[in-house]
Design a protein around this ligand. Structure first.
Ligand code: PLP
Length: 499
């Protein structure tokens, strides 16, 4: 029976002061170096620090741990009473290796999750029999990207300070990533951030979440062009080697391994609430880039008992088609009600494919080449059935999004926004509901007020902590879609003292 909104009891904290030291079984990786390899097989192996600061590997591949850390049932059980930030330190210590001593890691993670607006950080509510919803929108910008970018900002500052260096991060955004990156980096002394957005093509809430930030290390650039133009400008800038070195350009985009590692934490969190490792759970995840659900797959590979990972797509269903047919085929992007999933290339999928292919870099390179040449590649029937054992995949068009938001509101009282609802509906379509399924709620409904109003006739207010952004001053510069203009902006706003 559905009993309305029910916050699951968050486990109590016992012996709070010593909790972490006594309970974390220090992983092998703290004693040995943690090594990362590129999926394409020819870039140098790096440690966690270099992987974080580098982002994309020099051979065009993505970094993954050489071996995925393994946690046995007793270790997972020992995490049951940890607070969110303690759990985050315990999980992340498996990936950071010798790059960050445990004491420091604990402090960094504590600062990262200190700005969240719910004591549980990632609370779980019940929607229906065996159907639950994890609210990943209690960070400063109201979307799940805060859970990774708050930590990433701390890691950047830590590594740069340690080496007495500074860097310039340049990125492009179509909405949510920009505000989360700005919130993670504002006020950090060693990092300057330039965020490009297409002028007039992001929603007012999304723009104001970026432009009302007044910190002197944050620079918003409104480009006269599309999101693709913004991305091309950033790419062209990174291809200018002299400029890249002079300004120590760096990126915080979704292929950064540290973001995936930080996202692994909430999968553990949710599973522990339901009695892991002594009980299996499913997760249902709305995705486009395969970034969020990849973290779930990594958690599973680490030993967390996850039965199924269910993915939900909108009309841009390249991932769903892949898990149905074994063919990844690029099509054109259609704008939908869930804009943060409107993509045609799932950049993080390469990491999963590498693992599915048994870490065969040569085979992977052939497939990626075929994809960039012809826009498509296929895997064998054997590999497809292996993938289907873990992943279920479903899609929702805009009409279904409207009607499922309305139905869920009427049956549960919960207002769920147009990305997260795709996860809810995907979970409801999965035939095997023998274990609890946890949907990842990726954004607060107030970020998408128009779709919510159309479906439910309700207006959702921004939470108080979002500040009075609709009335605050905005800070941004407008610029032409032109590389020289971008360089001039950076030179003018963040001059590097000549040495
Ligand atoms: C970024 C985003 C997604 C998609 O995340 P993936 O990296 O594609 O998994 C889903 N919902 C919201 C609200 C987002 O901001």
């Amino acid at each position: 029976m559905l009993s309305g909104k029910m916050i699951l009891p968050q486990v109590s904290i016992i012996e709070k002061e010593h909790a972490l030291d006594d309970r974390i079984q220090i992983s092998q990786s703290l004693k040995t170096a943690m090594e990362y390899i590129s999926t394409r097989g020819t870039a140098p192996c790096l440690d966690f620090e270099k992987v974080t600061l580098t982002g994309l590997a020099s051979d065009g591949g993505l970094y993954l741990p050489r071996t995925i850390p393994q946690l046995d049932a007793n270790t997972i059980r020992s995490y049951q009473n940890l607070e969110y930030s303690e759990l985050a330190a315990a999980i992340l210590s498996n990936f950071t290796g010798r790059s960050i001593p445990l004491e420091e890691l604990k402090q960094l993670v504590k600062s990262a999750y200190g700005h969240f607006h719910h004591d549980a950080v990632a609370p779980v509510i019940q929607l229906d029999d065996n159907l639950y919803f994890m609210e990943l929108f209690h960070g400063p910008t109201l979307a799940f990207k805060d859970y990774a970018l708050q930590v990433l900002g701390q890691f950047f500052q830590y590594f740069l300070d340690k080496n007495a260096e500074s860097c310039t991060i340049v990125g492009a955004t179509s909405g949510d990533t920009g505000s989360a990156a700005i919130a993670g980096i504002r006020g950090l002394q060693s990092v300057r951030l330039f965020m490009l957005h297409p002028q007039g093509r992001v929603s007012e809430v999304q723009r104001r979440q970026m432009t009302t930030v007044a910190d002197s290390n944050i620079h918003n650039l409104a480009v006269d062009g599309t999101f693709d133009d913004c991305q091309s400008l950033v790419k062209a800038l990174f291809n200018d080697r002299a400029f890249k070195e002079r300004y120590r350009l760096s990126a915080v985009n979704s292929i950064n391994w540290a973001r995936i590692a930080a996202q692994v934490v909430y999968y553990f969190r949710a599973a522990l609430v339901f009695g892991s490792p002594d009980r299996e759970v499913n997760f249902s995840v709305p995705t486009g880039n395969f970034g969020n659900v990849l973290a779930g797959y990594i958690a599973m590979q680490m030993g967390l008992p996850i039965k199924r990972l269910i993915i939900g797509s909108n009309k841009n269903d390249i991932l769903t088609r892949f898990f149905e047919t074994g063919t990844m085929k690029k099509m054109s992007v259609t704008p939908t009600l869930s804009p943060s999933m409107d993509i045609q290339i799932s950049s993080n999928f390469e990491r999963y494919l590498f693992l599915l292919l048994g870490r065969d870099s040569v085979h992977l390179c052939e497939m990626m080449e075929e994809f960039s040449r012809s826009g498509s590649f296929s895997i064998s029937r054997r590999l497809l059935s292996k993938a289907q054992q873990v992943f279920g995949a479903y899609r929702l068009d805009d009409q279904q999004i409207f009607s499922d938001i309305r139905k869920t509101y009427h049956s549960t009282g919960e207002i769920i926004e147009p990305h997260s609802i795709i996860g809810v509906s995907a979970a409801r379509r999965e035939p095997d509901a023998s274990v609890p399924t946890i949907v990842l709620g990726t954004a607060h409904p107030a970020k998408f007020p128009d779709a919510i109003h159309q479906s439910t006739n309700r207006m959702v207010a921004l939470p108080d902590h979002a500040g009075d952004i609709m009335n605050m001053d905005e800070h941004y510069s407008s610029m032409n879609n032109d590389l020289a203009a971008l360089k001039a902006q950076i030179e003018q706003l963040a001059p590097i003292p000549s040495s």
